[in-house]
Design a protein around this ligand. Structure first.
Ligand SMILES: *Cc1c(COP(=O)(O)O)cnc(C)c1O
Length: 395
């Protein structure tokens, strides 16, 4: 059996998104900046896509800027708020220790340029409290950026409350909602969100396309300099097929959100229940405030990479940590952020579901994973020390 259960890394494109894109490669291939009718057809499709994205975020079409993905949207949001802050002498930014690297690495860069960065600690359940944000805000804070839900452990943050604190204190609030868009309802106005990032390929749309919502009145700073595309805020000829594909996939995901989330969370709960039976294991992330499709465990005495290779050989595509760290042997910064010791953080498994997964697949995983863990533990010298009492179990 072949099971793809790494949907937090990326998703399979939906048929309707692919079908919606094809005409914009084959027939309506004009440049939307061209005055002729071939170009204007592309411009109209882009406008329609912008309206669709805006509709499902609860904002206006002109508040949406298309980017090359979630990373660029995060970068542009942070750079824009920092540029604005600097002009007013405000050079303090608040974020958390478990953001995506698109946020953390940009903040590192700003720190080298003289900004002061406060990274809030995350509780063991993977949630930051609104009070932590409130007490960290200072006179010179120009931005709070807190992700909506974590891509590794799936924990959902109290975004509406954080947004309301920021609004009250007059600080710009950005959220990386890449894992949430198309999976949970979003309403930027009701939730007091000033800036929000999303990415097409996390909800069955194409890769290399994303969107940044920015509340009107907040000026954007360019990341890509060039022509006057995107009201002069993002140079480069727009990727019309991808923009159309993302909008169609987003609409489809939002229209079927409830039914998909019911199906997926049922599968998730079955996986959590089954994997919890493995001795010396622990679920990462909050049991209740978590994404419908996220399962993340640490298993003591296990190397995450070895487990992944064994699972891959049995047709299961999963991940340990995030796609971004799995190429390296560094432990996940997210698992360290929630206080998992190094040894334990190395032994993580993330299974991220979509509605394309089935109950048969979940049953297969529950049959394979415990066996492979037992196999790896039986070979491990560390496990022998744990069993003999030479070393203490941490889990
Ligand atoms: C995938 C992801 C990103 C990056 O999005 P890309 O479109 O791949 O650049 C950013 N943040 C989170 C939380 C993600 O899961």
């Amino acid at each position: 059996m072949k099971v793809y259960i790494d949907n937090a890394a990326t998703t399979k494109m939906s048929r309707i998104a692919i079908d919606a894109m094809l005409p914009y490669m084959e027939t309506y291939y004009g440049n939307p900046s061209s005055l002729h009718s071939v170009g204007q057809e592309a411009a109209e499709a882009m406008q329609k896509a912008r309206e669709t994205v805006a509709k499902y975020l609860g904002c206006e079409a002109r508040e949406i800027t298309f980017t090359s993905g979630g990373s660029e949207a995060d970068n542009q949001a942070i750079i824009s708020a920092a540029t604005m802050g600097e002009k007013k002498g405000k050079k303090h930014i608040i974020s958390t220790t478990f953001e995506h690297h698109a946020v953390l690495h940009m903040l590192d860069k700003l720190e080298k340029q003289g900004f002061e960065i406060t990274l809030l600690d995350v509780h063991e359940n993977g949630v930051v409290s609104p009070q932590q944000v409130a007490s960290a805000i200072r006179e010179d804070t120009c931005l709070v950026t807190v992700m909506y839900a974590n891509n590794e452990i799936g924990s959902i943050q109290p975004i509406t409350e954080i947004g309301s604190i920021c609004k009250e204190k007059g600080v710009i609030f950005h959220t990386d909602a890449v894992q949430v868009a198309g999976h949970l309802p979003i309403h930027v106005k009701d939730q007091n969100i000033d800036m929000l990032s999303l990415s097409g390929h996390k909800f069955h749309g194409p890769k290399g396309i994303g969107a940044l919502y920015v509340k009107k009145g907040i000026p954007l700073t360019n990341v890509i300099e060039g022509g006057a595309q995107e009201r002069g805020k993002r140079g480069g000829t727009e990727n019309i097929p991808a923009i159309v594909g993302m909008a169609v996939a987003f609409e489809d995901a939002c229209e079927h959100m409830e039914i998909h989330s019911q199906k997926v969370s049922k599968l998730r709960d079955k996986l959590i229940e089954g994997l919890s039976k493995i001795p010396h294991s622990i679920l990462n992330g909050d049991r209740n405030d978590r994404l419908p499709g996220n399962v993340n465990f640490c298993f003591e005495g296990i190397e995450g990479e070895s487990l992944l290779l064994l699972l891959d050989a049995r047709g299961i595509s999963a991940s340990s940590g995030s796609a971004c760290t799995s190429g390296s042997l560094d432990p996940s910064h997210v698992l360290l952020a929630i206080g998992r010791p190094l040894e334990v953080a190395h032994g993580s498994l993330r299974l991220s579901l979509s509605e394309m997964n089935s109950e048969e697949e979940v049953d297969y995983i529950l049959e394979v994973v415990p066996k492979q863990i037992e196999y790896l533990r039986n070979m491990s010298p560390i496990w022998r020390d744990l069993m003999s009492g030479k070393k203490q179990f941490m889990l």
